[in-house]
Design a protein around this ligand. Structure first.
Ligand code: C2E
Ligand code: SIN
Ligand code: SIN
Ligand code: FE
Ligand code: FE
Length: 505
């Protein structure tokens, strides 16, 4: 609260208007002057009759410059309207009207809590208290709450091992809202090339920065990363620096630039950049918080990057898996030239059929591997049985029927192939339960094996075999249709026939 000594600007109308008041009212007037910053007496149409203020806001105003002016003329338009409205309410109702308003003076916001009070001669007294400190504290607290929630969401992102792209997108949203900037990017340091590369960006009119590749020390971001310190360029129009080399960048009309290094465990991971299309001067508090956010963000990015590195090495591992599988199936090809082509075609048909029947993408890899390996068990079948140019004898059949179980024996030590074993294991099961090796029926046969069986038989029939010549496509289709509900799943067959009709196999 301000001191009790009020600068007396003139021997005033206020005194004159108080002459008729009782001593109680004079006491009230003293209280008013003590606990308010500004008292103004207004005529019914808003002309200033008297004015007393110890508010720092009015301190620099020459009082004579506002006498006989309308208050609505000296206030900014929107506030003037608010005031005019409030004054009319006072006049119509004869009651006190509260009002809160903000005035901007030399770039600082001043907040006032005011009352409009009807007094004698239809005049109105405006009393106002400078609540700027209060308001700033409130704004600061609101911002701290917002800041806490931002930190919390980044922490949650770290804990949940969020995908890097999602994390960066969320980070940019939060940073742009917090700092009230128009655009922001994250550049990440590629540890192999040691170049800063665009990783995420928001708020740009063009995609110009997406091709950003900067050496350390090059461009603003490069200097931030090299110097490991924030760079703030308050006016890019005066200090265009490196950005000028791109005409599209000029079209973005950015004025303010901020770059802050993203550091975790003592390493620079990248740079967080902010751009604004007008001048922006965040206060010290906000700047400090921004640096803190960058620190948290870097930790989150670090853990998300480790996570995606893990996924990348999984991809590499998976390539190694597939090389192994192809190596395995080649062992079979060496004995039978036909097998390689058969395997290739059957795998292709099976994948297409699976896609039509809504098999999830994640399961496709297992279906593919299973199809490639489906007859791997035949490696253990002696040549004289496998290549016999006629029908098999009973004991030969007994051996031939073991090829699915042999596949499982052969492959089960390889743990990553476990989900791929359904096809090698059960591709000779039949819908009616008359198949082998386990005599499974209907839905007890894994779906992958059911759809593979259709593809396998179709391709076997349309191929030359040591024991018979290839059937025509038409004959094979006839056979598949006939076997619907006995050998084959009746749900799979129509989809297969449709596929055959629209393909050239
Ligand atoms: P594959 O030659 O790849 O045949 C796979 C499946 O296609 C067979 O499973 C059968 O369901 C169907 N299929 C193939 N050819 C014919 C055919 O001429 N008529 C009919 N109705 N269906 C056919 P299946 O029967 O369990 O046979 C498994 C494997 O046993 C065959 O694989 C093949 O390597 C061998 N095999 C089957 N029959 C004979 C045969 O008569 N002589 C010889 N040497 N091997 C045979
Ligand atoms: C950047 O700092 O985002 C790259 C801009 C540039 O120097 O071209
Ligand atoms: C198998 O034992 O054939 C593989 C197990 C499975 O595919 O679930
Ligand atoms: Fe087989
Ligand atoms: Fe086969």
């Amino acid at each position: 609260m301000k001191g009790v000594t009020v600068p007396r600007v003139r021997l005033t109308t206020m005194e004159n208007s108080l002459v008729n008041l009782s001593s109680i009212e004079q006491a009230l007037e003293a209280v008013l002057q003590t606990f308010t910053d500004t008292n103004i007496i207004l005529t019914p149409d808003g002309e200033i009759l008297d004015f007393k203020s110890n508010s720092s806001f009015f301190r620099n105003i020459v009082p004579s410059s506002i006498y006989n002016k309308r208050i609505t003329d000296i206030f900014p338009a929107r506030l003037a309207e608010q005031f005019g409205q409030a004054m009319r309410t006072v006049q119509q109702t004869g009651s006190i009207v509260p009002l809160e308003y903000m005035l901007l003076l030399s770039n600082r916001e001043y907040w006032f809590d005011a009352r409009l009070i009807p007094i004698s001669d239809s005049n109105i007294m405006l009393i106002a208290r400078d609540i700027t400190d209060c308001k700033e504290t409130k704004i600061k607290m609101e911002r701290q709450v917002q800041q806490l929630s931002i930190l919390r969401s980044i922490d949650l992102a770290i804990a949940s091992g969020l995908d890097l792209n999602l994390l960066l997108s969320m980070l940019l949203d939060r940073v742009m809202a917090l700092m009230h900037v128009d655009a922001a990017t994250v550049l990440l340091l590629n540890s192999k090339t040691n170049l800063l590369e665009f990783a995420a960006g928001k708020g740009f009119h063009s995609n110009i920065l997406q091709y950003t590749r900067l050496k350390l020390g090059e461009g603003c971001a490069g200097r931030v990363a090299l110097g490991r310190e924030m760079i703030h360029i308050p006016d890019l129009t005066k200090d265009r620096m490196e950005f000028d080399r791109s005409p599209l960048f000029v079209q973005e009309n950015f004025v303010t630039y901020w770059g802050v290094p993203l550091m975790a465990k003592g390493r620079v991971l990248g740079v967080l950049e902010m751009f604004h299309r007008s001048s922006l001067k965040p206060d010290k508090d906000l700047q400090n918080f921004f640096v803190m956010v960058a620190g948290q963000a870097a930790i989150a990015i670090d853990s998300a990057m480790m996570f995606s590195e893990l996924q990348r090495s999984n991809v590499e591992l998976s390539l190694a898996y597939d090389a192994t599988i192809e190596g395995l199936s080649r062992a079979l090809d060496l004995r039978d030239k036909e097998t390689k082509e058969h395997t290739f075609r059957v795998t292709d048909i099976t994948i297409k059929l699976a896609a039509r029947l809504g098999v999830k993408q994640a399961d496709m890899i297992h279906i593919r591997r299973g199809a490639i390996l489906h007859d791997i068990g035949k490696v253990a079948i002696p040549d004289q049985i496998l290549f016999k140019p006629g029908p098999l004898a009973q004991d030969e059949w007994a051996i031939m029927r073991r090829h699915p179980d042999i596949a499982v024996e052969l492959l089960s030590p390889v743990s990553y192939l476990e989900p791929a074993l359904e096809i090698p294991h059960w591709h000779h099961e039949k819908w009616d339960g008359s198949g082998y090796p386990d005599g499974l029926r209907q839905e007890d046969i894994p779906f992958a094996a059911r759809l593979f069986a259709v593809a396998d038989v179709y391709d076997a029939l349309t191929s030359n075999r040591p024991y018979r010549a290839a059937w025509s496509k038409w004959e094979a289709v006839q056979y598949i249709e006939e076997q619907t509900g006995t050998h084959f799943d009746p749900r799979v067959v129509p989809e297969f026939l449709d596929l055959v009709n629209t393909s050239n196999f």
